[in-house]
Design a binder for this molecule. Structure first.
Ligand SMILES: [Zn+2]
Length: 152
């Protein structure tokens, strides 16, 4: 790793730390030339299939958005953050193992329903009765955001 300050090629790692989720490694480095310190981040690059919405548009899969949608369905339900994380990661795995370049939002919605059914029946019914696909969830989230903005 070349020093961003002086371009020196030798740097020494003085500290290595993993993020709480374990998906990012942060390294603190010291330049052997100018002695300045800087930080580098290392994360695995994963390519998910694109999500095809019902109107035919493609969108990138966003695990954070998926998690937020499920959190919404699980609102005030007795489900731990850890159980939710595991559910999200199972959906990510399903996507990666689909072996396809594109997956429909309806199919992602089905995976979400399968996980919610396992986690909490009420959340499952909430989701299944109103939102049939991942598109609907995004629309629902926008609606919630709008409402909270107006309420202020
Ligand atoms: Zn340097």
């Amino acid at each position: 790793m070349r020093c961003p300050f002086c371009g020196h090629e030798e740097t020494q790692v003085v500290e290595t730390r993993e993020s709480d989720e374990g998906d990012v490694i942060r390294r603190r480095r010291r330049c052997m030339g100018c002695d300045k310190r800087f930080t580098t981040y290392e994360r695995a690059e994963i390519e998910y299939p694109s999500i095809v919405k019902k109107d035919g548009r493609r969108t990138e899969f966003d695990p954070a958005k998926l998690r937020a949608s499920m959190t919404l369905a699980l609102r005030k339900r007795p489900v731990s953050a850890e159980a939710l994380d595991q559910a999200v990661s199972r959906i990510e795995t399903s996507l990666l193992h689909s072996g396809e370049r594109e997956v429909s939002s309806t199919r992602v919605g089905e995976w979400v329903m399968r996980e919610l059914k396992r986690l909490d029946k009420v959340a499952y019914i909430r989701f299944a009765s109103v939102y049939r696909s991942f598109d609907d969830v995004s629309e629902f989230m926008n609606a919630v955001r709008e409402t909270s903005r107006r309420g202020r």
